[in-house]
Design a binder for this molecule. Structure first.
Ligand code: COA
Length: 394
């Protein structure tokens, strides 16, 4: 079932961090056989934020090229999805709104449901465009995945932001109805307000994710969705890239198909290139999967893509999108590769030092070391207020 009016992703841009930690450095430190990281979980390296980077600086860096290309005229809503929130009250999107010079006649809000938040933002954006097709919505998904040092989750850290411009007659991907939905109250992953690293029951989270895959698919089918063999590729939430393969294998088996490894590779392989070197970017990760697919596949024009968004806790959604003819002219492949290549490698000691950083809660003036070479930086925490600045490099 395809919606009458074409609404979807008009532009997509991502940003990541100043630093990168290769998994070889982690393996050398903790004595892990590197095959566990490279093959077992499917990760090569992880993005690590500089002391003066956070979800706001990444979100602004992801969205700035979209504003540069399309202007601000039609954007009246910004939805910022994150689970690594920097404030319990103020939306991180308001800082981005200011850094990008968006008009004051804008509504800005933050959304949270673990790694599912960006999909809620996308669907809510589509609802707003349905009401007024002239408007465009800026959706920003920005997250820093952080687990305790020396915990099983540590090799599945990462950080990135994806910005998407949602509107009618999109240039990249038309999002279709229906969606398959699923919610279940499980404690597979959570982060109490007093912690900055998440708590996770790793094996439980994999089981809960797989259960959500079959449950969303069941609902998607009952709602009149496409059949499985119509899809060219599937963008799964990728806490680690191997998870996308596990999830798709499970979906194939649920639908009664044998797991053909070549078919699995065709459906999933092209969605993993960015996540494999960036690591888990929580709610941005499924859309980094989309970016990798669009940037690398030869020609997907008119082909249906499946999306499976899973957020621990848990909420999940399966939906379809169709690539728009001519989409390749609107891609940002070179800029995306540059965002990955420009990262500076960290040694293990420097990584641990950054991991352990936190601001004192005394309300004093705490400037951050100048580390990022990106366009935006978190300059200080002063009187409990985060101070951001632009750092134009040219
Ligand atoms: N060469 C190749 N593969 C190897 C290996 C080696 N030397 N050593 C281990 N492996 C494989 C294991 O067989 C396993 O593969 P499988 O799952 O296909 O069986 C994989 O590497 C991971 O090993 P495992 O022992 O399960 O790792 P772990 O106990 O350290 O935990 C996670 C892995 C993902 C559970 C853990 O990193 C975690 O908790 N991450 C955060 C939560 C998360 O990402 N959840 C996902 C759903 S949201």
């Amino acid at each position: 079932m395809v919606s009458d009016r074409a609404i979807g992703i008009h532009d997509l841009s991502f940003a990541t961090t100043e630093f990168v930690l290769p998994h070889t450095a982690l393996a050398d430190h903790n004595g892990t056989e590197i095959g566990k990281y490279h093959v077992g979980i499917g990760q090569q390296s992880m993005s690590v934020p500089a002391a003066d980077e956070d979800i706001v600086t990444m979100g602004a860096a992801a969205a700035a090229p979209i504003i540069a290309r399309h202007g601000t005229d039609r954007i009246r809503t910004v939805v910022f999805a994150t689970e690594s929130s920097i404030d319990q009250a103020k939306s991180a999107g308001v800082y981005v709104h200011s850094l990008l010079g968006l008009p004051s006649a804008t509504r800005v809000v933050e959304l949270k449901q673990a790694c599912y938040g960006a999909t809620a933002a996308l669907q809510f954006a589509i609802g707003l465009v349905l009401r007024d097709p002239v408007q465009r919505i800026l959706v920003i998904a920005s997250d820093i995945s952080k687990y305790d040092l020396d915990s099983p989750g540590e090799p599945t850290q990462g950080a990135a932001a994806v910005a998407m411009l949602v509107g009618s007659d999109p240039s990249l991907v038309r999002i279709e109805e229906p969606s398959g939905l699923f919610t279940a109250d499980v404690m597979d992953f959570w982060r109490p307000n007093y912690r900055d690293a998440a708590l996770v029951d790793g094996q439980e989270s994999i089981t809960a994710y797989l259960h959500a895959v079959e449950s969303t698919w069941k609902d998607y089918t009952e709602q009149g969705g496409r059949s499985l063999d119509e899809f060219t590729a599937f963008c799964y939430h990728q806490p680690f890239t191997k998870m996308a393969y596990k999830a798709h294998r499970h979906l194939l088996n649920t639908c009664g198909y044998d797991t053909d490894e070549a078919w699995l590779e065709r459906a999933i392989g092209r969605t993993t290139a960015y996540n494999r070197v960036i690591g888990n970017s929580y709610t941005a990760s499924a859309y980094l999967g989309l970016a990798a697919l669009l940037d690398q596949a030869d020609d997907l024009a008119g082909r249906p893509i499946g999306f499976l968004s899973y957020g621990s806790g848990s909420v999940a959604e399966f939906f379809a999108g169709t690539t728009v003819p001519g989409y390749r002219e609107h891609l940002r492949t070179a800029a995306h590769q540059e965002a990955i290549d420009r990262r500076r490698p960290l040694d293990h000691t420097a990584y641990r030092e950054l991991h352990g950083r936190s601001f004192p809660a005394d309300g004093g003036d705490h400037p951050t070391p100048s580390q990022t070479t990106g366009h935006f930086r978190l300059a200080a925490l002063r009187g409990h207020k985060r101070i951001y600045e632009k750092r134009w490099t040219h």
